[in-house]
Design a protein around this ligand. Structure first.
Ligand code: HEC
Length: 142
């Protein structure tokens, strides 16, 4: 009779659990790697939040940035797609914890290990990135 490693049947279940849990990181934990976090946090939005700029950000969010497809019309995140756990942009605590610089890092690099894609440098310019960040701030506390 073939010998079987005891508990081997549980292995695939374990792997699925590990892969799944990568999408359930604490939402308040910084997404930027620790060694560059301070530097990134200080990277300020160079553009003032004028109504025109917020409007440009809104157009990008619902248009060419495709943000709405994952983050939803109301910014609360669509989690119907398995493996997706986009942010709730109306969460005031999350809004307070993140600086614009951190959000820009995510737009430039994506959020590694999740489906959050690279946006700035691919579909958006730097300036458009800063505009959409101003728009994201308008979800705060809604
Ligand atoms: C394919 C789906 C998808 C698209 C398109 C997408 N996102 Fe995301 N986004 C996600 C997911 C999933 C997360 C959660 C990532 C995580 O937990 O680290 C996320 C997280 C974020 C975060 C939070 C990162 C943090 O520091 O907590 C920001 C900001 C963000 N997205 C902005 C945007 C913007 C702006 C756009 C459009 C220009 C966009 N996203 C497009 C899926 C997407």
């Amino acid at each position: 009779m073939k010998k079987r490693f005891p508990g081997a049947g549980a292995l695939p279940v374990f792997i699925v659990w590990i892969a799944g849990s990568a999408f359930h990181l604490n939402v308040y934990e910084p997404r930027v790697p620790q060694e560059i976090l301070e530097l990134v946090q200080e990277n300020e939005n160079p553009f003032p939040a004028t109504p025109e700029r917020i409007e440009e950000g809104r157009r990008i969010f619902y248009g060419k940035g495709l943000c709405v497809t994952c983050h939803g019309k109301d910014g609360k995140g669509i989690d119907k797609i398995p493996g997706h756990a986009p942010r709730d942009f109306t969460d005031a605590r999350w809004q307070e914890l993140r600086t614009d610089g951190e959000l820009m890092w995510v737009l430039r690099n994506g959020s590694p290990g999740t489906s959050m894609p690279v946006r700035v440098g691919k579909v958006l310019s730097e300036e458009e990135g800063w505009s959409v960040i101003h728009f994201l701030r308008t979800f705060a506390g809604k």
